[in-house]
Design a protein around this ligand. Sequence first.
Ligand code: SF4
Length: 358
Amino acid sequence: MSEKKAVLCRNVKIGGGAPVSIQSMTNTPTADVKATMEQIRRLEEAGCQIVRMAVPDMEAARALYDIRKQTDLPLVADIHFDHRLALEAIRAGMDKIRINPGNIGSQDKVKEVVDLAKEYRIPIRVGVNSGSLEKDILQKYGKVTAEGLAESALRNVALLEKYDFDDIVISLKSSDVKMNYEAYKIVNDRSDYPLHIGVTEAGTPSRGKIKSAAGVGALLLEDIGDTMRISLTADPVEEVLFAKELLAALGIRKDAIEIVSCPTCGRTEVDLEKIAESIERRIHEVTEKGVCGIKIAVMGCAVNGPGEARGADLGVACGKGKGVIFSGGEILKTVPEEKIADEIIKLAGEYDKNTGEF
Ligand code: SF4
């Protein structure tokens, strides 16, 4: 967790040493309140902490009043070009707005938005994107560059600071993983505002998860980033589930269940892929019982298996047609291959965090 300035988005603290929060964005028409609310509820159930909605027109802005009444989840309105939409979104009770002050229009319009955000005590995210860099910056650098993105973000921040506003979160996303990483590094060094990180337009789940793991993961490992969104061309719930997995894999999120499984080799004598997949697929049965923060190891043989399995809270080292289940370094039982996944799910669900026993 980085030590940036703290900003509050309803009840979620961004920066100031707070854990990295997970956000996503609805892909229903915002004016369709019913469909949008259904998606917000699914996102919340999946563990989304902040939900953003596109506000392309006044009909969408007005729908925000209804949406606000139906959820307490922190809500963010995403606005481009029309400052009146930003004003309406703030009045509708949004907890943060995302704008580019540079494309909102005249200084007076920016000031109007800033003044209302101050009155309602909500933060503004300055969201710069590689697809919308200012012309003069493009000319200066000849093309989109990390330096250019950083310059644009800091310039947009200055437009808000000019009106004595510092309740700011910054994002400066690119779909180019390396440029994205370098741009965030520059702004992280030059600014004290919390950072919303992500790789934009990362793509379909198979490609997008790789790009996001590389881009967002690299930043998080350097303690850069205070809130994150994984962008996938998919159901937004998938963004949240992957964000949770990524934070768990990086050891940042302590409330997730970490599952490690060996890559298998010529020594494997069970269908380990099937066992590991079955455990992963059913792990929600364990989390639904309130169990979290444990490590499960699924290992294919008696060579490296027992060591890794012993080091986990719950582990299995497989032999020919069977699995030896360990907990806290002790052998619990031996079960036939076809019962391994069932037994791991059952035992994990019985974990008592006070005693550390299954
Ligand atoms: Fe092979 Fe055993 Fe290592 Fe799995 S744990 S990769 S089966 S040596």
